[in-house]
Design a binder for this molecule. Structure first.
Ligand SMILES: Cc1cc2nc3c(=O)[nH]c(=O)nc-3n(C[C@H](O)[C@H](O)[C@H](O)COP(=O)(O)OP(=O)(O)OC[C@H]3O[C@@H](n4cnc5c(N)ncnc54)[C@H](O)[C@@H]3O)c2cc1C
Ligand code: SF4
Ligand code: SF4
Length: 476
């Protein structure tokens, strides 16, 4: 059903669980009938807290004319290798885990308060601001906190000051349709910040559309573990004893000198001004690797490090950096122009970065790469050949039994957490979700880390060795 030559349309991508909700299809001009200012397709949050295109059945069955070539999950669209080969043809290095690149670094922004404001070392914020300061772009499309029905949305910032409001990682559904429309309508040069599949969507759009190619001149990628449903924040709020509607905003990763960087602290700001804090560790969904509220499309993603972005940023999840509460980036510069911009920042003492190689970067993302290589191969093998999405990873199930169970447990948690939370609320029995969630977490952590009585028993059965490293959030 997902392989060409089957008819590829928004409806079939959504039905197959492959829609990440990027909004690219809903922004296509073909979606807007002549003489009508209102777009035909809009992005809406569904009942499971995921963004999806919403439109008349006829549009869902067809989509814009070039849909099969612009949707990042379309089997007919070029994959990340094909895109990167064209974009970074003369790159100095090429690595199967992190793609083509000029230079890679570990460190942080030394100038100003970028590091303090950022989730990690502040390099994404610094680079976007530097593009503006140097006049290389007129505006940056990125994610900002907003008031209203959603907590975060893509917006366009035109100054470093405006950009600063958008610092920090938002584990919350966002989509690009509005900013892509604005870029089309307003002449200028833009940079777009996004997770790997969003950057892929932008690159596909740039291939198809000369206007977008001319206007989007830089892409800034964020490494990505997976995307969360909006239900994550709702569940966090309930565990802190407040109603989701009382939330003003959320800091998913509050920096705290008494906590290592990889022990995330949640901070919720309520409309009445109160601040609530809790370690992720004490929340049901706080183990990132367990997959609670994961978007289903992420099960079929094979790009961890934004292989098609001009530059990409992640967390240095290896010691001593993982323990440094101030946050440390790994950076992959793929375009020569951005590599030069970073080198200039280092030479001027504005960036504290040291060169690293592909192995170092891969070590910082060991867990994410396992999930997107070995884990993806296994998930593909569980599908019939006809229903397997076309990926760069081949289906394969030759894994030790415990790893197979880990992947199955994670997939089950991500599959069931959203509908079970909804069902528990409909029954006015939120404790049902809580009880299921804690039990599911115990099974997962037993399998993954040998935790608890079940875990200790399972880990006595060979071959059971801990993974060599992780991202400190327990991602395995
Ligand atoms: C959903 C998600 C999953 C991630 N998973 C991993 C991971 O597994 N491993 C890893 O090393 N790093 C991961 N990251 C990246 C990491 O959290 C940091 O964003 C990255 O290291 C850059 O940090 P910084 O301090 O340089 O960025 P900052 O200076 O804080 O700037 C962040 C920039 O990203 C934008 N932004 C924030 N959230 C989003 C979003 N959801 N979509 C698009 N743009 C956004 C902001 O508007 C801002 O411009 C993830 C990020 C997200 C959003
Ligand atoms: S283009 Fe984006 S929003 Fe549209 S169907 Fe594909 S993934 Fe979903
Ligand atoms: S895991 Fe992949 S598909 Fe999911 S949000 Fe991240 S980049 Fe997109």
């Amino acid at each position: 059903m997902l392989r060409a030559p089957v008819h590829i349309a928004p409806a079939s991508i959504v039905r197959a669980g492959l829609c990440i909700g990027c909004g690219s299809c809903a922004a296509r001009p073909q979606a807007i009938p002549e003489g009508d200012a209102a777009p035909v397709a809009r992005m809406r949050l569904d009942t499971l807290g995921e963004l999806r295109p919403a439109a008349a059945t006829s549009w869902m069955r067809e989509g814009p004319r070039d849909f099969a070539r612009i949707c990042p999950f379309s089997p007919e669209a070029p994959d990340e290798d094909e895109l990167a080969d064209a974009l970074f043809a003369s790159a100095a290095h090429s690595d199967p885990r992190i793609g083509r690149f000029e230079r890679a670094y570990v460190g942080h922004a030394a100038e100003g308060d970028y590091r303090q404001r950022g989730s990690s070392g502040g390099m994404a914020g610094w680079t976007a601001a530097e593009l503006l300061r140097r006049g290389l772009v007129d505006a940056v499309a990125h994610v900002l906190p907003v008031e209203g029905s959603r907590l975060f949305r893509y917006g366009i910032s035109r100054s470093p000051l405006a950009l600063a409001r958008g610092a920090k990682s938002r584990y919350y559904p966002v989509e690009m349709s509005q900013v892509l429309r604005e870029i089309r309508e307003t002449p200028g040069r833009y940079a777009v910040v996004g997770v790997p599949c969003f950057v892929k969507a932008v690159q596909l759009l740039r291939r198809e559309d000369a206007l977008m190619r001319e206007r989007i001149v830089f892409t800034l990628g964020l490494f990505c573990g997976h995307m969360k449903s909006a239900l994550l924040v709702e569940s966090f709020a309930r565990q802190l004893g407040v109603a989701p509607r009382d939330i003003l905003t959320v800091d998913f990763r509050l920096k705290d000198p008494s906590r290592p960087a990889n022990r995330y602290t949640l901070q919720i700001t309520l409309r009445d001004g109160r601040l609530l804090q809790r370690d992720w560790f004490h929340l049901i969904e706080g183990d990132w690797g367990s997959g609670f509220f994961q978007n289903p499309a992420c099960n079929f993603c094979d790009d961890v490090v934004a292989e098609t972005a001009d530059i990409s940023f992640g967390d240095a999840w290896v010691e001593p950096h993982a323990s440094d509460w101030r946050g440390t980036n790994v950076v992959i510069a793929r375009s020569p122009e951005l590599a030069r911009l970073i080198e200039a920042g280092i030479a001027q003492g504005r960036l504290a970065l040291s060169p690293v190689d592909a192995d170092f970067i891969a070590r910082t993302q060991a867990a994410g790469l396992r999930q997107r290589r070995e884990g993806l191969a296994y998930r593909l093998a569980l599908r019939t050949p006809a229903s397997r999405p076309r990926k760069r990873v081949r289906a394969g199930a030759s894994l030790p039994w415990r790893r197979r169970l880990i992947y199955r447990a994670r997939a089950a948690i991500s599959r069931w957490s959203r509908p079970l939370q909804r069902a528990a609320l409909a029954l006015h029995a939120p404790w049902l979700y809580g009880a299921w969630g804690r039990a599911a977490l115990a099974v997962y952590q037993g399998l993954a880390y040998g935790r608890g009585r079940l875990g200790r028993a399972l880990w006595r059965v060979p071959p059971l060795r801990p993974p060599p490293d992780g991202n400190g959030q327990g991602v395995d």
